[in-house]
Design a protein. Structure first.
Length: 591
C-alpha cells in the first residue's frame, strides 16, 4: 500500500505478522458496548473525536491515584514521577512523528491551540505588510481564522489554493499561488469535510523553493497513518490527542528546533522563564518557553498511553483498515438513491471521512433520524463554512470511521439511511413526535407559508443564522403603529426550522405587537422547557405551533425551532429603535 504524503512505501505489518483481530481491539473500548435508544451504538463521529481504549482510561486513573503532582517543580517522589511520565510522553510523541528530538514537541490543548501558537509567535515576528499567507480552500476554521487574525495584525494578506472538481487541491495552479511573497503555507493532511488526502511532502518541497515556512494540520491524520516529519519536510505540524485515542484538552505542536528557537513566548507565567526580575525576564529554551503555567499533565501522560496503544496496533494496519472501511462504505452508500458523496470518488485513496448529502433533506434531519437508530453521525458545516459556501451547500451529514468500526456497522448505516432516501420524503426525517407532528411538519416544511420577500421602505429585515448547523433565515416584517401588519421569510433550514418559521408567520400576522411578543415568550417556554417535562397540549393560543413542543426532547434542535422567533424578536427591537436592518445568531441567544 502506498502511504500518502510522499513517505516511503512500507511493508504492511499485517503481511508480516498474524492478522490483527479487530474484534479483540474493539473490545478495548468499553464505551462502544452500549445501546442507544434500544439499539447497539454505532459510533461514526470519529473525525470529531475518537473513543478511548481502556489502556488510556487506566493510565489516567493510575496517574491520579498514584502519581498526581506538579511537574518540574517539586523535589519529592511524586513530582519526580509525574515529571518523568510527562517528559516520557513528550519523547513518545517525538518518536511517533520521527521528530529530531523531544525538544521539538510543545504540548498544547490541541490542533487549534498549536496553530494559534504559531500565528501569535512566529507570525508577528516574521510577517510584514505585503507578505502572503497561503492556505487552501478546504481548511478547517482552526487553520483559517488564526491566519485571518494574523493578517489583520501584520498587514499581510491571505490567499487560498483552490480545489478542483474532484475535491482535491488544484496542484496545476500551485505555482500561480505559491509565489515569492508567500511566507507561510498552511494546509491539512486530510480534510475533515472531504476526506481528501493532500500530498504533504510535495507541498512542503514546493514551499521550500520559495522560502515559505510550512504548517501541516494533522488533526485528521495523526491517529490514522504513519507520519515522519523529517521525511515530509514540514516546519510545523499540529495535532489533537482526542482524535487519536487520547484525552481531550491535550495535543501538540511539532516545530523544527531551529524555527522554535527564533520564536518569542506567547504566554507568560511560571515554567516558561529562566529568570524573572521586576522589570524584565528571560525565557527558557523551547519547548518549555511555550508551556507557561501548570500544563495538562494527566492529558499528556494519557496521550503518551494513546501513542503506545496505536503503535502496538501499527499505523500501517490502521491505515489499511481505514481504507477498507471507507471504500466499502463509499460503494454501499453509492447504492442509496439520491445520496451524493463529497470528496474524491470510489477507488481513490482518501481519509476515513465521508460527507454526504441525502436528497433534499437537511443534514440536521438526517443526523437526528440516524440517532433514533443508535447511529452517531455528524451534520453541519464541519467548521468549513467557506468550503461549504463554495460547494453551494449549507451543511452535510458525515460518517467518519476508526479502527474499531466494522463492515457490519456500515451495512447497518446503509439500512438506516435507505428508507429515508426513497423519495427524499420529509416525513421520514421527522422527529419521532407523533402523527400530528409528522403531518404538520411534512406540510409546512415542504410548502412553507409566507415564503418570500416583502418589498417596501417600511419593512424591517433581519438576517438570522444558526451557526451550529448552517441554517439561515431572512425575515421581513412590516410593522404598523401598533401591529405586526405582515411578515414573510426566505432561507434554507431543516424541517424544524422551516416549519417553525412558516407557522410563526401565520400566527403573528395582524397581531398587536404586544400580543406577538407574548406569543414569542410562550413559544420559547414551550420548546425549551426541560426534556423531562412532558410537552402536553400546550397553550391554546399557540395552536399548531404546539406540535413543536416535543422538540424539547432534542436539545440540539431547540435552536432550529427558535431561529425565526429570534429573528422576530430582533425585528421588534429594530423597529423600536427606528432601524430597518438587523442580524441575529442563535449562538448569542439563550437557546
Ligand atoms: C482538519 C481539522 N483541523 C483542526 C481541527 C481542530 O481540532 P481541535 O478542535 O482538536 O483543536 C479539526 C477538528 O475537527 C479538524 O478536523
Amino acid at each position: 500500500m502506498r502511504l500518502p504524503g510522499g513517505q516511503a512505501e512500507k511493508t504492511l505489518i499485517s503481511a508480516m505478522n498474524p492478522p490483527l483481530s479487530w474484534e479483540h481491539i474493539r473490545a478495548d473500548f468499553p464505551i462502544l458496548d452500549q445501546q442507544i435508544k434500544s439499539q447497539p451504538l454505532i459510533y461514526f463521529d470519529n473525525a470529531a473525536t475518537s473513543q478511548k481504549p481502556r489502556a488510556v482510561i487506566e493510565t489516567l486513573r493510575h496517574y491520579y491515584e498514584r502519581d498526581n503532582s506538579n511537574v518540574h517543580r517539586g523535589m519529592h517522589a511524586l513530582s519526580a514521577r509525574a515529571t518523568a511520565a510527562y517528559e516520557a510522553a513528550r519523547g513518545k510523541l517525538a518518536r511517533y512523528l520521527n521528530a529530531a528530538s523531544a525538544e521539538e514537541i510543545v504540548f498544547t490543548r490541541g490542533t487549534t491551540e498549536s496553530i494559534n501558537l504559531v500565528a501569535q509567535t512566529w507570525g508577528p515576528k516574521f510577517l510584514r505588510p505585503g507578505d502572503v499567507i497561503l492556505a487552501t480552500e478546504m481548511e478547517h476554521h482552526s487553520n483559517l481564522v488564526p491566519w485571518q487574525l494574523l493578517a489583520e495584525r501584520t498587514g499581510a494578506s491571505l490567499r487560498f489554493l483552490p480545489i478542483n472538481g474532484r475535491h482535491e487541491l488544484d496542484l496545476a495552479r500551485l505555482d500561480e499561488f505559491l509565489t515569492q511573497e508567500v511566507k507561510l503555507f498552511a494546509f491539512n493532511q486530510i480534510s475533515n469535510a472531504l476526506g481528501t488526502i493532500n500530498p504533504v511532502a510535495e507541498l512542503c518541497a514546493a514551499a521550500r523553493k520559495v522560502g515559505a515556512v510550512t504548517l501541516v494540520d494533522a488533526a485528521q491524520s495523526a491517529g490514522h497513518l504513519p507520519i515522519d516529519v523529517q521525511a515530509l519536510g514540514c516546519d510545523f505540524l499540529a495535532l489533537s490527542g482526542h482524535k487519536m485515542c487520547g484525552p481531550t484538552g491535550i495535543g501538540a505542536l511539532y516545530g523544527r528546533k531551529a524555527i522554535l528557537e527564533t520564536m518569542p513566548p506567547w504566554q507568560g507565567g511560571g515554567e516558561m522563564i529562566e529568570s524573572v526580575r521586576y522589570e524584565k525576564s528571560t525565557w527558557k529554551q523551547p519547548p518549555y518557553r511555550f508551556e507557561a503555567g501548570t500544563p495538562n499533565i494527566a492529558g499528556a501522560i494519557g496521550l503518551g498511553a494513546a501513542v503506545d496503544y496505536i503503535e502496538a496496533i501499527g499505523r500501517e494496519a490502521i491505515w489499511e483498515h481505514d481504507a477498507e472501511l471507507t471504500q466499502y462504505a463509499l460503494k454501499r452508500l453509492g447504492s442509496i438513491p439520491g445520496l451524493r458523496v463529497l470528496g474524491p470518488p470510489l477507488g481513490t485513496p482518501r481519509g476515513a471521512v465521508i460527507s454526504f448529502v441525502l436528497g433534499d433533506a437537511h443534514a440536521h434531519d438526517v443526523v437526528t433520524m440516524a440517532d433514533e437508530h443508535g447511529l452517531a453521525l455528524r451534520g453541519g458545516h464541519h467548521c468549513t463554512q467557506p468550503l461549504m459556501r463554495k460547494l453551494g451547500l449549507v451543511s452535510t451529514a458525515r460518517a467518519s470511521f476508526y479502527f474499531y468500526n466494522t463492515l457490519a456497522e456500515i451495512d447497518r448505516m446503509v439500512e438506516i439511511l435507505t428508507p429515508s432516501a426513497q423519495g427524499a420524503n420529509t416525513a421520514a426525517f421527522s422527529l419521532p413526535l407523533g402523527e400530528l407532528y409528522d403531518m404538520v411538519v411534512s406540510d409546512h416544511s415542504r410548502r412553507p407559508r409566507n415564503f418570500g420577500e416583502l418589498p417596501g421602505d417600511a419593512v424591517v429585515h433581519v438576517h438570522g443564522d444558526n451557526p451550529s448547523c448552517g441554517d439561515t433565515l431572512d425575515l421581513h416584517v412590516q410593522f404598523g403603529p401598533e401591529t405586526v401588519e405582515n411578515l414573510k421569510f426566505t432561507g434554507s433550514g431543516c424541517t424544524v426550522c422551516m416549519t417553525s418559521a412558516s407557522l410563526m408567520t401565520l400566527k403573528l400576522k395582524g397581531k398587536p405587537r404586544a400580543e406577538a411578543a407574548r406569543l414569542l415568550h410562550l413559544f420559547h417556554d414551550q420548546v425549551s422547557a426541560p426534556a423531562s417535562v412532558e410537552a402536553g397540549p400546550g397553550p391554546r393560543e399557540l395552536g399548531d405551533l404546539n406540535v413543536l413542543g416535543g422538540v424539547r426532547k432534542f436539545p440540539q434542535r431547540v435552536k432550529c425551532a427558535m431561529l425565526a422567533w429570534r429573528a422576530f424578536e430582533q425585528a421588534l427591537q429594530e423597529a423600536d429603535s427606528g432601524e430597518s436592518e438587523g442580524n441575529v445568531s442563535t449562538e448569542d441567544a439563550k437557546s
